[in-house]
Design a protein around this ligand. Structure first.
Ligand code: PLP
Length: 361
């Protein structure tokens, strides 16, 4: 038996054959502004305390399967209503996978477009019926006429709304989201990955809506390497999701480290505040360039569109200057000539602006 394409075709389902793997660019030697990471390290004193706190971690034992101490801490820190239960995931990506694995085989998954690619990617890998609804073209706001129509027609089991949205950076209208929650025949997942920068959240709405779930992550806050996400919602729903979750999905070091980090939360809050200030400065600088249109952001990145240049070329010129951002030009019709830059440190943002101006010459 030789592993040729014909063999692969008989083995792998068509939906997977048609997919592209999620590509991550090699950033070695680059100023890395492509992945919404927090650019700041911890003060060395805190690092020492953290290492100390890990000394007694029982690595010979399996982790606490329910990550109880960490769940309680997150519940407290995020002011999650008392009646709600939490499920933790190896990044919120894993939670998206768990949610989708729980659905009936012919279920519809609905999400605005452009949106977070994993909703589509994982839906397709599980052969679910993924349904994208275009955002309004100028504002990237929800097109409520289209949303109402699709919800009625498709009866989605799950609707994903990223709040703020990635890659557009905006917060959808609150009333529109409330209407969607009320209209939805299934679950509505409000994905608050960028909550640390948004100054807005639907967490308190959990009190009034049983079909609402709020998803969060510590990745964008500054702990992307640990892989920890969470989802909060009605215990009857979390109970079902817990059946699919692998028993020890959050490793001991991640449990201990996130717990430690949340006990020292002010440092991350301070860093997020600095990132928001830098975002406003970078937005002001970008807005002065007539070569582009930039979109207001409530996240730690800014989306912009080149008006007179091919964005692919600008992206390549930035790369030559050792600056890595994200090229979204091919991802979606609505994102033609769009690039996304993550907010970095002051000097990194300056280097980016310098290289960008040069790229437009
Ligand atoms: C980055 C991102 C995530 C994934 O977060 P992880 O916890 O790192 O898996 C989820 N949702 C949105 C909208 C994101 O941008």
């Amino acid at each position: 038996m030789s592993v040729n394409q014909a063999f692969i075709n008989t083995l792998i389902k068509p939906e997977v054959l048609a997919m592209n793997a999620y590509k991550v660019a090699d950033a070695t030697g680059f100023i890395k502004l492509d992945a919404m990471e927090n650019p700041y390290h911890w003060p060395s004193e805190l690092t020492q305390q953290w290492l100390q706190s890990l000394t007694d971690c029982p690595l010979n034992r399996y982790p606490d399967p329910g990550a109880r101490a960490l769940s309680e801490k997150i519940k407290h820190c995020q002011k999650i209503p008392e009646h709600c239960q939490l499920l933790l995931g190896n990044g919120s990506d894993e939670i998206i996978q768990i949610l989708l694995m729980a659905l009936a085989p012919d279920a519809c998954v609905l999400s605005p477009d452009p949106g977070f690619v994993m909703y589509r990617q994982i839906s397709q890998s599980l052969s679910l019926n993924y349904c994208a609804v275009d955002l309004l073209s100028d504002s990237f706001d929800l097109d409520m006429l289209a949303m109402r129509k699709k919800i009625t027609e498709q009866q989605p089991a799950i609707i994903f709304l990223a709040y703020p949205n990635n890659p557009t950076g905006n917060l959808f209208d609150t009333d529109a989201i409330r209407e969607i929650i009320a209209l939805a025949p299934g679950l509505v997942i409000v994905d608050e990955a960028y909550e640390p920068f948004a100054d807005a959240s639907f967490i308190q709405a959990l009190k009034n809506h049983d079909n609402l779930l709020i998803m969060g992550t510590v990745s964008k806050l500054g702990l992307a390497g640990l892989r920890l996400g969470y989802i909060a919602g009605h215990n009857k729903i979390i109970e079902q999701l817990n059946k699919i979750r692998l028993p020890y999905n959050i490793n001991t070091l991640t449990q201990a480290t996130v717990l430690f980090a949340l006990e020292n939360k002010t440092i991350f809050q301070d860093q997020s505040a600095v990132i928001c200030t830098e975002r406003e400065q970078l937005f002001a600088s970008l807005s002065q360039l007539s070569e582009l249109q930039c979109f207001p952001s409530r996240a730690n990145f800014i989306l912009f569109k080149t008006l007179r240049h091919d964005a692919n070329q600008i992206f390549q010129r930035l790369k030559k200057e050792k600056i890595l951002i994200k090229n979204l030009s091919h991802q979606n019709q609505a994102l033609t000539n769009c690039l996304r830059v993550t907010i970095g440190k002051t000097n990194e943002n300056r280097a980016f602006m310098h290289a960008l101006k040069k790229a437009f010459e």
